[in-house]
Each structure stands twice: as C-alpha cells, then as structure tokens.
Design a protein around this ligand. Structure first.
Ligand SMILES: [Zn+2]
Length: 433
C-alpha cells in the first residue's frame, strides 16, 4: 500500500469512527455552572448595585437573577424598552413587616386600581362592607396610612424597587390594625378577581411538568421508554393521596422553597430557604441513582417535579399569605378568610397553562433549551433556582392581582421556565450518571 492509500484508509477509518461515535456524543447535553458570565456581572454592577438600592433589602441572588434576566432578553433579541418591560421588587423589610406589602406598594400605574376596587366593592350586593361606615373607615385609614408611609420607587435597569421613605418608623410602628386594614383590601382585590377555576402548574391539560421533564430527558439522549417513564411520572407528586392532616405538609410545603422574612422586635431576619422541595428533589433523584430498572426513571420523574415547581415564582414567594387559602380549600379554617389569596396562584398557572402551546407559547422556552446546569448537589441546586425565581414573585402578584397580562409578566415567566429547564436537564444528567 502506498503512502497516499494508507493515509486515505486511515482517514476513512477515522471518519467511520467519528460517525459511529456521533450518537454517543449527543449525550449528555452541554452543562455549565451557575456562575454569572462577564456580561451578567457588568449588568449587575451597573444597574443592580447596593449604592443605587440605598438600603433597600434585596438578596444578592435576586440581583444576580435580574442581571441574568437582562442579558437573557438581549440574547432573545428582545428590545426591553420597546416592549415596556418593567419588573417590580418590594423591599424584603416591608415584606417582613406585613404579608400585604404588595397591596400598598403597587407601582404608580397600578395604584389607581386599588382605589377603584374598593369603590366597586362598596356597590356590590354581596359586599365585604357590612355598613357605609365600614367603607368610609377603610378609605380613611388607608389614606392616612399612605400619608404616614410614603412609598418610594427606585427605577434601575429593568426593575422598579419599592420601599417606603421612612422605613425605620414603618418597621417599628406598623400595627395590627394596619395589618387588618391591608388584609381587608387584599380580600377585596382578590374577590373582584375570582374568575378562573384553575389546574395546577402540574396538571393534565396541559401537562407542563410532563413536557418539561420529557424535553430535559430527550436532551440527555435517553431512549424512548426511559423518556416516557420520566415524563409520565413528572406530575404525579401533585396527585398522590395523603390523609387530610398530612396534605398541607406533603402537597404544599414540599412543593415550595423560598425565603421568609420576619420582623422580630424591629430586627428583620430572613430564613433563606423555607420549604421541602430541595429535600424531596434530592430524595427521589438519589433513589433513582441507585436503581437501573424502570423504577429509576419513575423516581427521576418524581424528582423533576420538585425542581420544576420551583421555577414558578409563586412556589418561592408569598408562602405565608398563600397558606390560609390552602387551609380554606380543605374547609378547615374557612372562617379565617372569606377570600383566598391563593386564587392568584391558580390564575397564574391558568395563564401559563392556557398559553403553553398557543398564544404566548411558553412551552417553546422550555423545549428550545439545549444546555443544562451542572448539578453536583441537587438540594443546593433547587435552592439556587429558588433564589432566581423568587426575584419575580412580586411582579407576578402585582400583575395577576391587577389583571395585567403584559410583556413584563410574560418575559419574567418565560425566563423562569427557561432557567428551570436548564436545571431539569442537569438533574436528569445527575440522576443517570
Ligand atoms: Zn407540585
């Protein structure tokens, strides 16, 4: 064989070798760690820094999330100004003082909404006001409250950060009467919004959990029956039966992970990751890791559920204020509240579900993700995702409570789905390695 022939046969062999190895190379998807890129760091330094925030209590990870969101929009080719994207974030110190900070800390353009709702409620036949003086009292005390604690807005980057001018006084003086007044307004807004009976993020139509888990499994190059097992079991944890006294723990607490800020005698303390989702995600992925039969993929499906839930900002924020609604749903304490704040949860999930494969087409933001997040500690990764998704919980509540299904709500949601999908790809990779 001459030299040329030899080279040719070697290169042919190489080509055959490369061709043979291509299917194997399609797995796993490319993974990256959760660190910020240079672009993201520069956004954070420019727009979301402590100097601009000037004492507003915002977790560092929230600022990271906003920076990443800004860069993500650019990558998507979205002109944030033209699309009028403006998120809101309420000072965590305010949220520690009252679960109803969102009621008075609306953006200027949604403030009018609260006044209109109160007025409309008065005219209703089944009004929450029993007398005319009830109505007048609420109006008077709310006006007094707003005067006492003037709301301050800090616009920077794509976010309006919201606090009050005299925060120290607010933290020290906020009273039980103030809380009851804000709760009443919250009930009024919620009541006027009760229009949709909703499936969950999870539910069967559309099966968002199943779809996201399926695409994540596909990107990991699993075979068809493995993918089906994962996807078919991704929604399951929402449908597991439990005795009534375990329902709240098993069906709500374990599907949640987020910060809770508390006002302890004027000192604000934040518990960073309250909720059982990180533990549940880890529990099932570790079961899966040690199996090789069908059960492996069934447990992987369960595990994806708890990661996927955390990409929903209402699974990472507003936990306390949502709790009475859940309890109310079980008719255990329906004397506590006439109306359920958790309607917003259902309304939000309905919005995403009904725009899954049509309208806003949220599913595309999951299906198009090819690269995953490196996962070496699933519990830690759920917490990371939670930090990122929590950043949007104020925007979601503000928008859903005031019926504004706008671009800000849309892109914030799409970003969370995209981010969640990266973690799902990484989680399946972790479970299969
Ligand atoms: Zn769930």
């Amino acid at each position: 064989m001459n030299k040329k022939m030899m080279l040719l046969s070697i290169s042919c062999a190489c080509l055959i070798f490369i061709l043979l190895t291509i299917p194997a190379m399609s797995t796993p998807a490319e993974l990256k760690n959760a660190d910020l890129t240079d672009d993201e760091i520069s956004f954070k330094d420019t727009y979301y820094n402590r100097q601009i925030l000037n004492g507003i209590n915002v977790p560092d990870k929230t600022l990271e999330s906003f920076a990443r969101f800004s860069v993500w929009l650019e990558e998507q080719g979205v002109d944030a100004e033209a699309e009028e994207i403006n998120l809101i974030y309420i000072d965590d110190d305010l949220k520690a003082v009252t679960e109803y900070a969102w009621v008075f800390a609306a953006k200027p353009d949604t403030k009018q909404f609260v006044a209109e709702k109160i007025a409309a409620e008065q005219a209703e036949s089944e009004s929450l006001f029993s007398t005319e003086s009830d109505f007048n009292n609420l109006n008077t005390s709310f006006a007094f409250f707003e005067q006492k604690y003037p709301v301050k807005y800090v616009h920077t980057g794509l976010v309006t950060f919201i606090t009050v001018e005299n925060k120290k006084q607010f933290v020290a003086d906020f009273s039980e009467e103030d809380e009851q007044m804000l709760k009443k307004i919250s009930d009024i807004i919620d009541k006027s919004n009760e229009n949709i009976i909703a499936p969950k993020w999870s539910s069967s139509n559309p099966d968002m959990h199943g779809d996201m888990a399926r695409w994540a499994a596909e990107k990991n190059g699993l075979n068809e029956s493995q993918i089906d097992l994962i996807a078919d079991n991704a929604a399951a944890p929402d449908n597991w039966g439990f005795p009534w006294y375990q329902e709240i723990w098993e069906k709500n607490y374990k599907h949640f992970c987020g910060p809770i800020a508390l006002n302890i005698g004027g000192t604000i303390i934040t518990l960073a990751h309250v909720g059982g989702a990180p533990g549940s995600c880890e529990e099932y992925v570790n079961i899966a890791k040690n199996l090789s039969n069908d059960s492996k993929y069934i447990n992987l499906g369960y595990s994806t559920h708890f990661m996927c839930d955390i990409s929903n900002p209402l699974h990472t924020g507003y936990v306390i204020v949502q709790a009475p609604g859940y309890l109310n749903g079980f008719e255990l304490i329906d004397y506590i509240t006439e109306v359920e704040f958790s309607d917003y949860h259902a309304e939000y999930e309905t919005y995403v579900g009904s725009n899954w494969t049509s309208g806003r087409n949220f599913s595309e933001y999951a299906e198009d993700v090819n690269n995953g997040m490196t996962i070496s500690d699933p519990e830690e990764s759920v917490k990371n995702l939670s930090d990122y998704s929590y950043a949007y919980s104020d925007t979601v509540v503000n928008k859903i409570s005031s019926n504004q299904y706008d671009n800000s709500l849309f892109y914030a949601t799409a970003f969370c789905i995209d981010e969640g999908q990266r973690y799902l790809i990484g989680l399946i990779e972790y479970g299969c390695e």
